[in-house]
Structures are given as C-alpha cells and as structure tokens.
Design a protein around this ligand. Structure first.
Ligand SMILES: C[S@@+](CC[C@H](N)C(=O)[O-])C[C@H]1O[C@@H](n2cnc3c(N)ncnc32)[C@H](O)[C@@H]1O
Length: 251
C-alpha cells in the first residue's frame, strides 16, 4: 500500500500543525522567498494548477503574488479539497477556483487536468516530496506542459536532522492507515543515496519515501526528462531547494 492511500480528512492538518514538523515551515518560507522570482517569469495573467494542495495553506501565497486567471486545486482527498475550495472562494472572490479530485500519479491524469485550462499555466508541486519520490512524475508533468507553461517544485536537501520532521505522532498515525501498528519503537528511518529519498519502514515494509536531492541532483533529474531550468535556488540556511522549469525546446 502506498502513502497516497493513507490521507484522510484532517490528517495533513495535524501533521503540518505539529510543533516538530519543521519542514512544513521551511517549505512555506521557501515559497515566500522564491515567489517574487516566479512572478517575474509569469508577469501577465497566469493560471495555476496546484497539485496535492493539502489544507490549502499555500494558496494565499500564489493568489497574492501572481495575477491568477484560473486556479485549479487538486488533491486525492475529496473532503479536504472541498473545504479548501470553499475557503479560497470566500478569500478570493475575483479568482475562479475549480476542484480536481484525482490521483496525479495515475498515467495521463496531469495531462487531462492541464487540458481543461486555457492559457499559460504554472504547474505547482510544492511541499510534496513524497509524491515527487515517484520517478515517473517528472515525465508526466513534462508531457502535460504546453509551450509557455512553467513547473514549480520545492524539496528539502539532505541534512543531518532530516528525519526529525517525520518521527512524530501524526506521521505514525498517517502510516497506521496501512493497517500496521506504527510507532517510534517499530519504525526505522534512513537516507537512501541510490534514489535520494528518506525512507521510513515498519516491520520491514517501506511505508514512506520522500525525495531529498542535492540541487545538482534535482537539476539532473529535470534535465533527463528535457525540462529546461528557468531558475533554481538553494536556501542553505533552511536546507531547501526550489526550481522553476519550462518544457525543453526539443519536445
Ligand atoms: C505532504 S501533503 C502537502 C500539502 C501541501 N502542499 C502543503 O505543503 O501544505 C500531501 C497532499 O497531497 C495529497 N496527495 C498525496 N498523494 C497524492 C496523489 N497521488 N494525487 C493527488 N494528491 C495526492 C494528500 O492527500 C495531501 O493532501
């Protein structure tokens, strides 16, 4: 069973609001620093296709920094998506929000979502290193992109204390959706250099894999699917890297 099947309404909220979930704050800070760069590359009206939106905490940042046309929010968890859409429509009555409840790891899904939008679109996958540990996702996103589209991704870079945000009670609760009893005593976390992922296993079964590349490794990954770098920033003080890409000219 994969982590994507474990999310139920409220569980991401519990994780992101846990005091020990330090990565959540650093992901947010990364966007605060980098969104002015994105705004320079998407200076006119731009649509946003926000993948794995969670509790919607990042929506405000995009709505405030960009001149958003259509804003499509996606998540696999229908009840929380419903709430995020309601709140966003109240907060930004002039922006057109639509919901897309779908599993973006299924083949062709991102392309289908993108095809429903007209005009330059920013595809956003932020605070979503678990989804991005799926190695096929970069190519799926590239296939979905149209000529002027941009792809924004944030990830944590590997560092000594990277497992701390994951060894917390709400994460064990998320992983317990697997049917296993999951706790600090029966789990193991380690960094797997071979795929640049932090892994967490319980009784020998890997329940979580979270992509944490060095900046050059992210660069190479995107290059390998013919995504061209528009801007890439490493924030060493908060162990984060953020990249903005467009579709390579050869596709
Ligand atoms: C780690 S949270 C990140 C949420 C948000 N980006 C943030 O940082 O606050 C992951 C979210 O992605 C959703 N998700 C996980 N796998 C997914 C998939 N395959 N397709 C769509 N959504 C998915 C989960 O339901 C959850 O709301």
């Amino acid at each position: 069973m994969e982590t994507k099947n474990f999310y139920h309404d409220g569980i991401w909220d519990a994780i992101v609001n846990d005091r020990e979930f330090d990565i959540g704050r650093r992901e947010f800070e990364t966007l605060v620093r980098f969104l002015p760069v994105v705004a320079r590359h998407a200076a006119g009206v731009v649509n946003v296709l926000h993948l794995g939106v969670g509790n919607g905490r990042e929506v405000t940042l995009f709505a405030n920094h960009l001149k958003v046309g259509e804003y499509v929010i996606n998540d696999i968890c229908a009840p929380s998506l419903e709430k995020v859409a309601e709140q966003a429509r109240v907060a930004y009555p002039d922006t057109s929000f639509s919901k897309a409840c779908a599993d973006i790891e299924q083949s062709g899904v991102i392309t289908k979502l993108r095809q429903g939008i007209t005009g330059q679109t920013l595809i956003v996958l932020v605070g979503n290193a678990v989804i991005f540990s799926n190695r096929g996702l970069d190519d799926n996103i590239k296939q979905a992109m149209e000529r002027d589209d941009l792809f924004l991704v944030t990830t944590e870079t590997p560092h000594e204390k990277m497992s701390q945000s994951y060894t917390i009670e709400p994460v064990y609760r998320l992983l317990a959706q697997s049917g296993l009893v999951v706790n600090a005593d029966n789990t193991r976390t380690w960094y797997d250099e071979s795929d640049q992922c932090l892994k967490m296993s319980c009784r020998g079964e890997i329940l979580l894999s979270s992509y944490k590349p060095k900046p050059e490794q992210l660069r190479q990954r995107m290059k390998s699917v013919n995504m061209a770098e528009v801007a890439l920033c490493e924030y060493q003080d908060i162990h984060m890297v953020v990249g903005l890409f467009r579709k390579g000219r050869l596709t």
